[in-house]
Design a protein around this ligand. Structure first.
Ligand code: MG
Length: 379
């Protein structure tokens, strides 16, 4: 089998005013994604996605990566990964060049699965579980009168939908964060897991202040307390608060994760397969994490392709350390309105009470909605 065409698509739509939201770094007023389509001489098409600046991904893929992979066999994904990484190694060991590799790599795994008619988790060595429980990511801030009340109402909504774990956005100021986490915990009781995510809004000193004051609310993890480059800050926060520290969505490749994991900056690692180098590289990061027994909860953000890839990875993640009753792998499920997540695949994701069962569909297990691509392509 040979690759005959590589097409990056940039898709975008404006969010209606009442759906605009912010996290600790910026406001979102649109949805923009990079989707990569790879065609083969066998008539099989694979799909991948990169998270990040879409027009930059498109340029890198068209000008640099595409000429290197036309004519190659999609089953040579390791060779292709190393070829793409090495060609820009001196210019980009992290960031957009790795995100662009991620999209290509995911599409290759989709092709491989479709070719041999097996889901990707089978190609990765099989599934460790029959179902995956998702946690609800939400609690972004919106332009509303009473933010705290909105957030508490949002928590009730997810609990009514069957979710048992909720991830709350913080990083909006120490007092504001504490007020919101306290209000949500007091409203929903003790049985639901709460995680917090600062998206690296704090330095170590302030992250410790926040952490110490929310410890009493039984926080399952504190995600990205400090900027991704600040490894010493991670260690300082981890050593000074009694909440597990999570991070990794802004880290890249086994080389980047090696530092984060081996220095024990984190208790929980969160690689994003559409960011850090794709499925081929994800497997290597999991090997590193397993050596140190650092739990992995994959970061997932984006369209149906990102979610489907995260699901395949979630089934294939081993339990480490092994035990009779290992902690469940939790799947991140963004609950903000997103047409690309809900409609890019014509096969809906069958979540029931926050749980998705394993299926045997080949590749990523989705079917791309071409009409949606035509409607929202801007480049
Ligand atoms: Mg996060």
């Amino acid at each position: 089998m040979k690759i005959i065409e590589v097409i990056p698509h940039v898709l975008q739509y404006k969010l209606p005013k009442n759906q605009c939201f912010s996290y600790s770094q910026a406001w979102y007023d649109n949805r923009t994604i990079t989707v990569v389509e790879i065609l083969t001489d066998e008539g099989i098409t694979g799909w991948g996605e990169a998270f990040g600046p879409a027009f930059v991904h498109k340029k890198i893929i068209e000008d640099i990566y595409k000429p290197l992979i036309i004519g190659k066999d999609p089953f040579d994904n390791e060779v292709i990964w190393e070829t793409l990484y090495n060609c820009l190694q001196d210019h980009g060991q992290k960031g957009v060049v790795i995100e662009a590799i991620s999209a290509i790599d995911i599409a290759l795994w989709d092709i491989k699965g479709k070719y041999i008619k097996l889901p990707i988790y089978k190609l990765l060595g099989g599934s460790f579980r029959d179902e995956l429980r998702a946690y609800a990511t939400g609690f972004y801030h919106r332009n509303v009168k009473n933010q705290t009340k909105e957030l508490v109402d949002e928590a009730y909504k997810y609990i009514n939908e069957g979710f048992k774990a909720l991830k709350i956005k913080i990083g909006f100021g120490i007092e504001d964060d504490i007020k919101n986490v306290k209000a949500i915990r007091e409203a929903i009781g003790d049985d639901i897991k709460i995680m917090v995510d600062a998206n690296h809004a704090y330095n170590a000193n302030d992250a410790i202040k926040v952490g110490k004051r929310i410890e009493e609310f039984d926080i399952f993890w504190f995600e990205e307390p400090v900027p991704p480059e600040d490894k010493n800050g991670y260690i300082e926060v981890k050593n000074n608060i009694n909440i597990p520290i999570a991070g990794g969505e802004a880290e890249f490749t086994r080389y980047g994760f090696n530092d984060l994991i081996n220095r024990r900056c984190i208790d929980i690692v969160q690689p994003d397969v559409c960011v850090m180098g794709g499925i081929t590289e994800f497997k290597k990061v999991i090997s590193l994490a397993s050596i140190q027994n650092i739990q992995c909860y994959p970061h997932i953000w984006g369209s149906s392709i990102a979610l489907a890839t995260g699901i395949q990875i979630g089934f294939s993640l081993p339990n480490f350390p092994n035990c009779l009753y290992p902690p469940a792998v939790m799947l991140e499920l963004d609950r903000t309105p997103n047409i690309f997540r809900e409609e890019l695949s014509t096969i809906p994701f069958a979540f029931e009470n926050g749980i998705i069962k394993r299926n045997n569909r080949p590749g990523l297990g989705i079917n791309i909605n071409r009409e949606l691509i035509d409607r929202y392509t801007i480049g």
